[in-house]
Write a protein that binds this ligand. Structure first.
Ligand SMILES: [Zn+2]
Length: 245
């Protein structure tokens, strides 16, 4: 009852976390009733970190693809083309998100350091091997679930041809990550794109060591230090393979 009263009032400010979740869901397409009662549980561990970056929990699922091409990133190897798309209604700018993704994938510590592949962002009209999406928690959960992956609206995921970044994690990272937001952002892009390049999960190699980029750092560092990059000090940094997607 409390939530319904708040929705009627149309407030869109940050209130208590549970009320904010309900409000976020109510801000979807006009006329769509707010029916969810599970959003609070899905939000889970991130709720305590909220406060300074309001964002919608749900969106209509329509995306804007960033215009233009990036330079070819990397020195050698076959070219992998990607698009970048941002869900409409998130308040996020497609060009700005694309620039962030380009900056990560073009970094000399990223996958191109292998010199076995190059990358380039392309426009919507051009052929692409995969798309990097920035999507609200609910939309990302739905997209990932279509491929059989359960994210509980919390983590990001990758499906063939689709790298799906959860807006909540993009804006908030995770509690106790131990590194600036920009590091988490670079991690999540490199990790999910790593899956697209065929990489599986890896374990923390030992206490205090950099976490491999294919470690599931969103779920905890297991004694490792936050690390965003496949290459550390010029060498590929890896841990033992662990099962799972
Ligand atoms: Zn993963």
């Amino acid at each position: 009852m409390r939530d319904r009263r708040i929705v009627r009032l149309g407030l869109v400010v940050i209130l208590a976390a549970s009320a904010a979740v309900a409000l976020d869901r109510a801000s979807g397409p006009a006329g769509e009733p707010s029916t969810s009662t599970r959003a609070g549980t899905a939000h889970g561990a991130g709720a305590g970190e909220r406060g300074h970056t309001p964002y919608p929990r749900a969106g209509a699922g329509a995306f804007t693809t960033a215009d233009g091409d990036s330079p070819v990133l990397g020195a050698d190897g076959p070219l992998r083309r990607y698009r970048v798309a941002v869900e409409q209604g998130t308040g996020q700018d497609a060009a700005a998100f694309a620039a962030a993704v380009d900056g990560v994938l073009g970094d000399r510590r990223s996958w191109i350091a292998s010199e076995e592949l190059r990358m380039q962002r392309v426009a919507e009209a051009d052929a692409a091997d995969f798309t990097v999406y920035l999507a609200t928690p609910d939309t990302s959960e739905r997209m990932c679930a279509e491929g059989g992956l359960s994210t509980e609206g919390y983590t990001s995921c990758r499906l063939p041809g689709q790298v799906i970044i959860n807006l909540a994690r993009w804006l908030e990272a995770v509690p106790d990550y131990g590194a600036p937001l920009e590091i988490y952002r670079a991690y999540v892009v490199n990790h999910e794109v790593g899956h697209e390049l065929g990489e599986g999960h890896q374990a923390c190699p030992g206490p205090g060591e950099p976490a491999p980029v294919m470690q599931q750092q969103t779920y905890g560092l297991e004694g490792c230090a936050a690390n965003a990059w496949p290459y550390v000090d010029g060498s590929r940094h890896e841990g033992d393979p662990v099962p799972g997607i």
